[in-house]
Ligand binder design. Sequence first.
Ligand code: XUL
Ligand code: CO
Length: 451
Amino acid sequence: MDTKTNYWNGIDKIQYVGHQDKKSSFGFQYYNPEEVIAGKKMKDWLRFSVAYWHTFDQRLVDPFGDGTAQRPYDNYTDPMDLALAKVDAAFEFYDKLGVDYLCFHDRDLAPEGDTLRQTNANLDKVVDKIVEYQKTTGMKVLWNTSNMFSNPRFVDGAATSPFADVFAYSAAQLKHSLEIGKRVGSENYVFWGGREGYESLWNTNMKQEQEHAAKLFHLAKDYANEIGFDAQMMLEPKPKEPTTHQYDFDAATTIAFMKEYDLDKDFKLNLEGNHANLAGHTYQHEIRVAREAGLLGSLDANQGDKLIGWDIDEFPSNLYATTAAMYEVIENGGIGPRGGLNFDAKPRRSSFEANDLFRSHIVGMDSFAAGLRIAAAMKEDGFLDNLKADRYSSYKSGIGADIESGKADLKSLEDYSLDKTQADLVGATHSDHLEQVKDTINHYIVETLSK
Ligand code: XUL
Ligand code: CO
């Protein structure tokens, strides 16, 4: 197979140049894949992945405008020729960018036919080509998934559709997608609840719809076991868009759903920065909730913006947010059992040239690499560990230790508290000095990045 294509004309392999020497935009300032940070190579902490749907398919539309994207395969008119050409362009892109993973939906890869049988045949042809490339390049699939939300048949959802034929079709589509996952060796398999939610409660059987969603997840896990597809299954929360209310609203809601329907042993969470933003949380909050429940699976790397109402899938550039995310990842010992950072992100509509796809991945990769360096420096100094150990130190001895061990009950706690004065209680607290904490975090950011 000819891997010497030249779609991304004029772009050489992206190298680590370091921030002192960064004279052109085509170099990493902070991402040095082989460098060891906090006991692991950067590339093994970060496990960057390119999202097929955004990077190779997205035309840069927004709700008010058509696509502006200029892509090197735009001259192909036949949909299958285009799909096959994109695979060449994609593998050349991965090589030049220096990433080891890709993610895709089934429908990102190939056009649909009139029947599922025809659609599967189109898809298999493209997957054959991907598998061939994997053999020669070693590229891995972080996760694949099934697009059960774009086609009009999914107008009211897939598993949660009120129409049984749509549930049946979704299950059939999913079956083939799992088989493809096995063929490409996907490390994880993701379910983002595309239109699994409601527009209005007046016409919705919420309980029945959620039972149907859980049923499809169980069927998927059972079938994956049956065919020996050993991927970590994951649910990806999002609070709204496209439906008014998505059932997998946020990490906490999704964990409750997983526990209610006995999915928490086999499924973990794939968390996205922009979805956290839409849920009124931070990315760090979502990762913390999953981590502390032992359910952190993987991360979709992007950012939202509170100043704009919709899902903007912006490439990450906010160092404060990437530092916070990587702090949680370090505390977790890694992103997840087989997790990575998948750039579920697209350039702005005004960044429409082909080379902007490289520029945007570079800022995303550098922002997470910088976040890793900063979080590792804070960890190494024990800054936040000491801060928290001190803050909760009253639980180490005395009444605090009795509360922790379960020795204390309401009567003993009343005995302890009944004659304490207001001054005693206020005296038992102390200032968090939170502004100083934030000043120190700023110091770590500036200091670490200027080394
Ligand atoms: C949509 C979204 C999806 C999932 C995969 O907001 O994040 O791209 O990551 O279906
Ligand atoms: Co996503």
